[in-house]
Design a binder for this molecule. Structure first.
Ligand code: FE2
Length: 229
């Protein structure tokens, strides 16, 4: 698969390489674009751009008084971006301006791999649940699973989908067990992506959960974050 960007053709590659045998575990991404021009990319995207907090893109970096977890560099568990939008973006682009100390790693987990690893009962329970994101001045919910696509908040709560019959509402125990299984499989599927200046990662966020693995505050680390559909 290849993508055209301003006359240049950049190969999509598989970040997982041979480390995970399942084809479902591969992911498309751009890598090492030292002359990445964010304004040019925005023009190329046109109406596909999805604004983040009202801006064309954000600089993700540590802030002493963050408005959300993206503005920090400590551990940030599995999540989807843009959950405060009715239609969260399909793609997330991250471009490294400065890796800082290099100890803050982005991890991705293939949703297909996770779903294939879950027991059927737990999967059936997850299909009846929604994830509520708390932030951006409100609380916003999305089904955890729509087909094989996943949306998940790292901070908030879980509830049954609205409109279920009494018999279809999962028990509290079943919900707890399904979530424990989900997080176990997400953790097992984690693939690290280490940052260097100029690296650019693009992933389809309903197909890959992401998290920030970190035990430090890194005030030098800076990533461009951009969304598009
Ligand atoms: Fe994120």
């Amino acid at each position: 698969m290849a993508g055209s960007f301003s006359g240049r053709t950049i190969a999509f590659e598989a970040v997982c390489g041979g480390s995970i045998p399942s084809p479902a575990a591969t992911m498309p991404f751009f890598q090492d674009i030292p002359d990445f021009d964010v304004d040019e990319f925005i023009r190329w995207l046109g109406p596909r751009l999805v604004k983040t907090s009202g801006q064309d893109y954000a600089i993700a970096m540590h802030k002493e008084d963050p408005t959300d977890c993206s503005d920090r560099t400590e551990f940030f568990d599995w999540h989807s971006d843009g959950l405060y939008l009715p239609q969260p973006p399909r793609f997330v682009l991250l471009h490294c301006l400065d890796p800082g100390g290099g100890e803050v790693v982005t991890e991705l987990a293939s949703v297909d791999k996770v779903l294939n690893s879950l027991p059927l009962f737990g999967l059936r329970t997850l299909r009846r649940l929604r994830s509520h994101y708390i932030g951006h001045g409100g609380c916003f919910d999305h089904p955890i699973l729509a087909g094989d696509n996943m949306l998940l908040a790292s901070r908030g709560y879980i509830s049954p989908l609205p409109g279920l019959s009494l018999d279809d509402i999962p028990s509290t125990r079943d919900i707890g067990e399904a979530l424990a299984e989900l997080y176990e499989e997400l953790d097992a599927a984690a693939v690290p992506y280490e940052w260097a200046k100029g690296r650019t990662l693009i992933f389809e966020q309903r197909k890959f959960m992401h998290r920030r693995e970190s035990r430090v505050i890194d005030r030098d680390r800076k990533l461009i974050r951009m969304w598009f559909s």
